[in-house]
Write a protein that binds this ligand. Structure first.
Ligand SMILES: [Zn+2]
Ligand SMILES: [Zn+2]
Length: 114
């Protein structure tokens, strides 16, 4: 199904490693508003640390599509990534939080179907 094209990608090990590494470089801080944007932590740990319960999201400046998801410069390139907090990411995607057709992030930062 076309709308599920990104699910395997986001749940894949390669993406998780890339996103975590990128977020670490940005010191787990939202690039737009400076809010905490933890990526790669489990929610229970975040809570213990007093961090925001909602994880940060590594956003693709050029949104992923079935056509460009195979392009590593788009999918994994640092130039196309941006670390956002939950609020900024929702704003970026017109309040819906959807990262592509039919997909969104849950509170753990895992990609799920809407
Ligand atoms: Zn933000
Ligand atoms: Zn996004």
């Amino acid at each position: 199904m076309a709308r599920d094209f990104a699910l395997d990608f986001y749940n894949g090990r390669a993406w998780r490693m890339t996103a975590q590494d990128y977020a670490r470089r940005k010191h787990f801080v939202c690039e737009r508003c400076g809010a905490p944007a933890p990526v790669g932590f489990r929610r229970d740990k975040d809570r213990r640390d007093g961090a925001t319960p909602r994880g940060g999201i590594v956003h693709h400046r050029v949104h992923l599509t079935p056509e460009n998801i195979g392009d590593d410069r788009i999918a994994y390139g640092q130039d196309n990534l941006e670390l956002l907090c939950w609020a900024c990411h929702n704003r970026e995607h017109r309040e819906s939080g959807a990262i592509s057709e039919g997909l969104t992030f849950d509170a753990n930062g895992d990609v799920v179907r809407t």
